[in-house]
Write a protein that binds this ligand. Structure first.
Ligand code: SF4
Length: 481
């Protein structure tokens, strides 16, 4: 059951907009950007917006009225993860949708080329405070979207990302459902990140960092009091929010439990952890990313073992019972010694907590980051790299699984993600098969997107202007070696 749903009934003359999240409801309802778009579209006189999720009527009928997708005029897809491309295309094909197809979200902002065949236009940026949504509602054809700010239809040679300068607005009300963070209100404290992790696309596509005035969020929390007892603080790095303590202590005073979506180990101190513990936090997450200092320095993570152990011991002292650790593998210059250090670090943390779970993912070299030219697996020879990556994963699983709850993502799956993320327009041939298969990708000649890219090459996503200078990325990339 949802609290606070909007009720707008369709009547003749209203344009029907489908807001499609091609993944599970729990992720879609936890997305503040989607909630904003939904509320904004429904506030317009001339349209009605309804939501679609892949696990509600298989993504083919709306959550609100059960109306079939093909009855809508515009389908607005939110692409948060590359693997959702397959589901998005499946929904479009199975529904027989014939209206205007538009995609937005971080994947569209990173590199929409692999999806060009399936959509009429892509939104490059954050739509709040722009007129993009109004223009979409008013447009009668794809032609009318050409050359508009923040839109790529495949015809524009360069598109500058759009974004609100300030986050001096927030949702009027929020739909509260069973989300990935539980049943809670979402407080987006900021966007962007001033840190310099070289693998991270967030700092690149949401720059500059913008924080929200805590009073806006406290008013919002006050107006939602009594609906639920939990708040989730959302930002790429919540602990960097300058007003984190003011916001958290006031929310606790209002009677809320408070949990951060993600927090860097070096932003935690006793006072803040005490607040989170009082605010009901049961499990804490740290992302060391790599086990050794040498590799963390290559990643630009700027996090020492002391920072990690300090955060873990404060969490343990404050009574937090479980901890989750995130690591990456297949990093440039990674050796078996680094993996041994990862195991050692995990064991040190295990002395402080009963439950330690470890998640290990292969590194996906993302567009727009200093790592965008890296070969997947970190090895120049793809086949040798894949074999070595699998060996390393087997080693880690063997060493860790006796003491820890370990989950390791499949190297094939992340190779596909890399192709979808770094690929050109011919990647649509893989998406069309709707199979996440590396063998099919090979037959289609797409393994080239997994290799090292010469820095002088033109890249499929070069046409998107995110405001950084490519020469800075090259300098950072060169520091990796
Ligand atoms: S701290 Fe997190 S969000 Fe910020 S650059 Fe590093 S990985 Fe990205």
């Amino acid at each position: 059951m949802e609290f606070n749903p909007y009720v707008k009934k369709w009547r003749k003359g209203l344009k029907r907009i489908a807001l499609v999240y091609p993944n599970r409801y729990i992720g879609g309802i936890a997305n503040v950007g989607l909630q904003f778009i939904y509320a904004y579209l429904n506030s317009l006189e001339n349209c009605i917006c309804e939501r679609f999720y892949s696990d509600v009527f298989e993504g083919l009928r709306s959550m609100e009225s059960g109306t079939h997708l093909r009855e809508f005029d515009v389908a607005l897809f939110s692409l948060q993860y590359e693997e959702d491309y397959f589901k998005a295309v499946e929904i479009l094909e199975r529904s027989g949708f014939k209206g205007m197809k538009i995609a937005g979200g971080p994947c569209a902002m990173i590199n929409p080329r692999p999806l060009k065949d399936f959509f009429d236009a892509f939104i490059i940026g954050e739509v709040e405070k722009s007129n993009v949504l109004d223009l979409i509602v008013e447009s009668r054809s794809k032609e009318e979207l050409k050359d508009l700010k923040g839109i790529w239809t495949g015809h524009e040679e360069r598109v500058k990302r759009i974004k609100p300068k300030k986050l001096d607005f927030y949702l009027g009300k929020q739909i509260i459902g069973e989300s990935a963070f539980g049943k809670c209100i979402l407080l987006e404290v900021g966007r962007g990140c001033f840190r310099r992790c070289r693998f991270c696309v967030v700092r690149q596509i949401y720059s500059p960092v913008r924080w929200r005035d805590p009073d806006i969020l406290l008013d919002f929390a006050e107006s939602h009091k009594g609906l639920v007892d939990k708040c989730s603080l959302i930002a790429p790095s919540v602990g960097d929010y300058p007003d984190i303590k003011k916001l958290t202590s006031n929310l606790i005073e209002m009677g809320y439990m408070v949990s951060p979506s993600s927090i860097r180990a070096d932003t935690v101190d006793e006072e803040l952890m005490e607040m989170f513990a009082v605010g009901g936090l049961k499990s804490f997450t740290i992302a060391p990313e790599a086990g050794s200092q040498r590799l963390r320095d290559i990643l630009g993570k700027d996090l020492s073992e002391e920072d990690i152990m300090n955060a873990a011991s404060i969490a343990s002292e404050k009574g937090i019972k479980s901890i989750k650790l995130y690591f990456m593998i297949g990093l440039p210059k990674e050796t078996k010694e680094d993996l041994k250090e990862l195991i050692e670090l995990a064991k040190k943390i295990k002395r402080l907590f009963r439950d330690v779970s470890i998640s290990i993912n292969p590194l996906v070299p993302k567009p727009h980051t200093p790592f965008q030219w890296l070969p997947y697996t970190g090895f120049r020879d793809f086949l040798a790299g894949m074999k070595e990556l699998k060996r390393r994963i087997d080693f880690l699983k063997k060493e860790l699984s006796r003491e820890f709850d370990v989950s390791v993502s499949s190297p094939d799956k992340f190779a596909i993600q890399t192709i979808l993320s770094r690929g050109g327009e011919e990647v649509c041939n893989l998406i069309r098969t709707r199979k996440q298969s590396l063998r099919i990708a090979k037959d289609l000649g797409l393994l080239k997107y997994l290799g090292e890219i010469p820095v002088e090459d033109k890249l499929p996503w070069d046409f998107i202007d995110h405001g950084y200078s490519k020469s800075r990325l090259i300098r950072e990339y060169e520091k990796t070696f």
